[in-house]
Write a new protein. Structure first.
Length: 243
């Protein structure tokens, strides 16, 4: 291998390492630091959902139907929606303002001058971290929400946790699980892609940072809702409206 070839090879290795480093760092800030808040919100939502459906449970088969209700309400809809809100509040604002500030300080121009692709260094690792973090947060939220539902169900009666989990698991299909993975990873990646795009759209004026950040929040919320509805429509078009 020639000297120039070795430099190119080492450069590619360093870029891959940097890509992994940025992805893991962003995942830490987005997912790991949000675990307590995600778990608390999941527990609270689980309690609220169970309290709200308690009156109707006696008409549709008692608590034996609770697992099926949670599969529809929590697994398919509420979990990705609540995680979307959490991601937007905690991370979209931070990512957009960070990239916008880099644009103001001409760090983006410096990267391009050095021949480092903006997409590879700025956008791609955050998209990967967004998809991974969103999915992991959804899993944490769902687990704690199920536990919260079980706690709520035991306020008025004794309802074994294994019965809740058995009925919940029985209500899920492979299509449910596939769409859960696809929906949460895609929405997370898309929202972070949008946040990066809004940050990069800044024209270099410092006063524009809060403007593009606010626009990023609004656009991410609208995109998240649109994608949720789209995935739900596709899902029910495949499996039909069933309970």
């Amino acid at each position: 291998m020639t000297q120039s070839g070795s430099h190119i090879f080492l450069g590619k290795i360093n870029r891959k390492r940097e890509l992994i480093h940025i992805t893991l760092t962003q995942t830490y800030f987005t997912f790991v630091q949000a675990i307590p808040l995600t778990a608390f919100l999941g527990l609270l939502i689980g309690l609220i959902v169970t309290f709200q459906v308690q009156l109707g449970l006696s008409f549709i088969g008692g608590y034996q139907k609770l697992g099926q209700i949670l599969a529809v309400v929590l697994f398919r809809e509420l979990t990705p929606f609540c995680v979307t809100i959490l991601i937007i509040i905690r991370s979209v604002t931070a990512v957009t303002s960070e990239i916008a500030t880099m644009k103001v300080q001409q760090e983006i121009d410096a990267l391009e001058t050095m021949g480092i692709p903006t997409y590879q260094y700025i956008v791609l690792p955050r998209m990967m971290a967004g998809g991974l973090s969103f999915f992991c947060m959804a899993v944490i939220f769902l687990i704690t929400a199920l536990f919260g539902s079980w706690i709520g169900a035991n306020f008025n009666t004794t309802f074994p946790l294994e019965v809740l989990m058995d009925t919940f698991s029985a209500a899920l299909t492979p299509t449910d699980i596939f769409f859960f993975f696809l929906k949460n990873t895609f929405i997370g990646s898309f929202i972070f892609r949008l946040a990066c795009a809004r940050g990069l759209s800044l024209k270099k004026a410092p006063f524009e940072v809060p403007i593009v950040t606010n626009k990023s929040v609004v656009d991410s919320l609208m995109a998240g809702i649109f994608l949720q509805i789209s995935f739900s429509l596709i899902f029910y078009a495949i499996v039909g409206f069933r309970f």
